[in-house]
Design a binder for this molecule. Structure first.
Ligand SMILES: [Zn+2]
Length: 411
């Protein structure tokens, strides 16, 4: 059987993710996120693009000096000044990586770089060699590969590998590719460019068509050994590949991908919330893995199943990513089994069948009007519907009833 492969997780929340419209992280926030990413045990943190400004430079410098564990990468165009600045910002890093990038598509060459193919090839060769004078670990990328001509793509990456690039990244910058095409591209890079040499192929996919994760995983299936991604999938336009989706897909479906990551999955939820808070980009409730509803069940049939055995409607435990166990939402779709369980959790055990029936009917009425009920609301409902308990005169005249002994915290 084929040996399982280690897939490196290259987090670019602080570089590509920070390019999300409207996001501007402070130096302290960047450092805190980088520390959280180190606890998450990602393999590489792309800390920023040092030449783009003094604040960015300082952020990369501080992260390189203070964050231990992962490789710290800095981005540079194919210019000596960019590479000098990246190298300088990375001076304090134990494991520095310079990430040199250019473009591959005709439209990028013509309108952005204003260079011919021959000029781009020559610069890529010279600048990868230049970066190698500073560090051994050099990554090379060409933007917009998906829309470029294969002959040029092949020559460009060939030049980068010959010049010493140890990782070659294949960006679908515009989110244009389909999983079949992107997978085939990665396979072609593996078979016609890398050809057994010790070079890691990396995926970099965007979510414009909602295919970022699918494309990255197609890359993994076809020989990629690194995935570039961001927490919560933040990034320009529709965003980058979501780290949590790729990591958990490889975890849950390790049998299929025959590949694994070294990410400490139990930190995922915490980092997701931190990035949500600092970037001000809210995670949608239905977002895979980290959304509020990702482990919530409301429909009666699902709740009944989950109460009997969680695996009936769940493919992974919430605890695995550092969340609280699955939540049964008590709403209009809920059934009697979940309702009874919720009452038991509140301390109302052994209620007579007749009373339970009455309470359930009342609960449905309320839930249909106002939506799901919290634990407190459920308790209030029970108390208002039940026979008033006999008042023992020597105690108090207060009409509030004591909380049941095992009242769980509100959900
Ligand atoms: Zn990108």
């Amino acid at each position: 059987m084929e040996k399982e492969r280690h897939i490196r997780i290259f987090d670019t929340t602080l570089r590509d993710g920070e390019q999300s419209p409207g996001v501007a992280l402070s130096l302290d926030q960047k450092l805190e996120i980088a520390q959280a990413l180190a606890r998450l045990n990602v393999d590489i943190i792309e800390a920023g693009f040092p030449v783009s400004g003094p604040l960015e430079f300082e952020a990369v410098r501080r992260i390189a000096t203070e964050v231990k564990g992962p490789i710290i990468a800095a981005l540079a165009r194919t210019h000596t000044l960019d590479i000098d600045q990246a190298a300088k910002a990375l001076e304090g890093a134990e494991k520095p990586r310079i990430h040199v990038f250019t473009s591959a598509s005709k439209v990028h060459l013509q309108y952005m770089l204003k260079r011919t193919e021959e000029e781009v090839l020559e610069m890529a060769d010279r600048m990868v060699r230049y970066a190698k004078r500073y560090v051994d670990d050099v990554e090379f990328s060409a933007q917009d590969v998906m829309r470029a001509d294969w002959d040029f793509v092949k020559r460009l990456y060939e030049v980068a590998v010959e010049a010493g690039a140890t990782t070659i990244n294949i960006p679908d910058t515009t989110g244009y590719g389909t999983p079949e095409e992107y997978g085939a591209l990665i396979r072609r890079i593996r078979d016609e460019v890398v050809r057994g040499r010790d070079v890691v192929i990396s995926t970099h996919t965007h979510d414009d068509l909602g295919l970022a994760t699918a494309n990255a995983l197609a890359g993994v299936l076809n020989g990629a050994g690194q995935v570039e991604c961001t927490i919560n999938g933040i990034g320009e336009r529709a965003g980058n590949t979501a780290l949590e989706e790729v990591v958990m897909a490889l975890y849950v479906r390790r049998d299929f991908y025959r590949a694994y990551t070294q990410v400490n999955t139990r930190e995922i939820y915490r980092v997701s919330r931190l990035v949500e808070r600092y970037t001000g980009m809210p995670v949608p409730p239905n977002k895979a893995i980290v959304g509020d509803n990702a482990f919530a069940h409301e429909s009666g049939i699902h709740q009944d199943g989950v109460l009997k055995h969680r695996s009936t409607y769940e493919i992974m435990d919430a605890e695995l990513i550092g969340r609280r166990p699955a939540v049964l939402v008590l709403g209009k779709h809920s059934g009697r089994a979940a309702f009874k369980k919720a009452l038991e959790d509140l301390g109302y055990r052994d209620l007579p069948e007749e009373e339970l029936k009455k309470l359930f009917a009342r609960f449905k009425e309320i839930a249909e009007k106002k939506g799901p009920l919290s634990a407190e609301e459920l308790q209030a409902l029970v108390e208002s519907e039940r026979e008033p308990p006999p008042i023992s005169s020597s105690w108090s005249t207060s009409s509030s009833s004591p909380a049941p002994a095992s009242c769980p915290p509100p959900r």
